[in-house]
Design a protein around this ligand. Structure first.
Ligand code: GLU
Length: 416
């Protein structure tokens, strides 16, 4: 397959492979290939200077056989419908692998959020929610943060939804600030979940994690919390990076200190006792664990044979291309796929939804314990398919996710 193939082409070919291995009939395969609903909206807002601007937004709801649609909303300048559809499909498999009662969805607005003021972003978010309002709801479709959206965005979403309904409905969005029903540990969840997977993979493969070296591409919310969690279990974080480049220190660096430096200087580079490196060099470092936590398509047919890590844990969605997958597998590098490795975020979103529905707030310790139990179970569920099928982990994870969703559709039947 050529690397020019789009995110959706890749997701569809992954689905095809899983369907074939699971022996699904063509009707089921057709049903799973299409999203249930795609809502495209144009969002008109008044800018701070008085002019009106129009932004394009979309919400794609893939499947809801196992529960309400669930997934993030991203703000990104070049977002395409194709990409959002692929990501919605991945959410369906991800929720099934994590064994939480949700389907999959994704949303996006074509916008460079850095160019808008806070007030403009608030108007944009609220107007978007008002346009897709009838398709949202705690039992229909529950948004969450994704690239360039955060707890504040979720507060606006939940508030707009509640205002339109006429009463407060905290369970209508997850990833909210704790003051209004957000869960403790939600912000850290994706990064921590990645490290739970790394830990489980090491245990199952007899690798010693204490003192092992970890390189992380991307120092946003996910990358930073993965770095903290890695350090907590005794790993050495030897390299991190952001869009401006990376830093390397063979003795390990302190993630909190790097974050303070980044907040001051706007970049991780030029950090004391570290060598500045490029993002490409970071990927090719000799280390035990490599965590791509930035963008899609970072490990490709061009650089996969230069990867020297023993294990790759995909914190980002879609960082490895199909060509690279093959090369890493042949090199015997253990790859923990995105739909498993980064499922900690949506898992704690589920915990948040449950806490909101029961009007409870669990302590951080409870959330973290439950997260670890869920991640470990998901990892081992995938691993048993990998062993049985003698497949790579991505195929094993897809078989688990697609298998669970198709079983749910089978027992639901078709109505009318
Ligand atoms: N956007 C995150 C993801 O891709 C979280 C989704 C959620 O919590 O619903 O998994």
């Amino acid at each position: 397959m050529s690397e020019e193939h789009s995110a959706l082409t890749v997701s569809l070919s992954q689905l095809k492979l899983a369907s074939k291995k699971l022996g699904l009939d063509s009707g089921m395969h057709k049903m799973l290939s299409q999203p249930k609903r795609t809502i495209s909206v144009s969002i008109d807002i008044r800018m701070d200077n008085g002019c009106v601007n129009v932004f394009n937004g979309v919400r794609v709801q893939h499947w809801d056989a196992r529960g309400p649609f669930k997934g993030g909303i991203r703000f990104y300048p070049n977002i395409t419908l194709d990409e959002v559809t692929a990501l919605a499909m991945l959410m369906t498999w991800k929720c099934a692998i994590a064994d939480i009662p949700f389907g999959g969805a994704k949303g996006g607005i074509c916008v460079d959020s850095k160019k808008l003021s806070t007030h403009e972003l608030e108007r944009l978010t609220r107007r978007y929610v008002s346009l897709i309002f009838e398709y949202l709801g705690p039992q229909r479709d529950i948004p969450a943060p994704d690239m360039y959206t955060d707890a504040q965005t979720m507060a606006w979403i939940m508030d707009t939804y509640s205002q339109l309904k006429g009463y407060r409905i905290p369970e209508s969005a997850t990833g909210k600030p704790v003051e209004i029903g957000g869960s403790w540990g939600r912000t850290e969840a994706t990064g921590r979940g990645v490290i739970h997977c790394v830990k489980q993979a090491s245990e199952n493969n007899g690798l010693k994690l204490k003192g092992s070296s970890v390189a992380i591409q991307g120092f946003g919310n996910v990358g930073y919390h993965a770095a903290v969690a890695a350090q907590e279990i005794g790993c050495k974080v030897v390299a991190v990076s952001d869009s401006s480049g990376g830093i390397y220190c063979k003795d390990g660096l302190n993630p909190e200190a790097v974050l303070a430096h980044k907040e001051k200087t706007k970049s991780v580079q030029k950090f004391k006792d570290c060598k500045d490196i490029t993002n490409e060099e970071l990927l090719e470092l000799e280390c035990d664990v490599l965590i791509p936590a930035a963008l899609e398509n970072q490990i490709t047919g061009k650089n996969a044979d230069k990867i020297r890590a023993k294990m790759v844990a995909e914190a980002a969605n879609g960082p490895t291309t199909p060509e690279a997958d093959k090369i890493l597998y042949e090199k015997d590098i253990c790859l923990i796929p995105d739909i498993l490795a980064n499922s900690g975020g949506v898992t704690v979103s589920y915990f948040e939804w449950v806490q909101n529905l029961t009007r409870e707030q669990w302590p951080l310790k409870t959330v973290n314990q439950k997260l670890e139990a869920k991640m470990t179970k998901a990892f081992n569920d995938v691993e048993s398919i990998v062993v049985k099928e003698e497949s790579d982990m991505r195929t094993g994870a897809l078989m688990l996710g697609v298998g669970r969703v198709s079983n749910a559709i089978k027992v639901l039947g078709l109505w009318p």
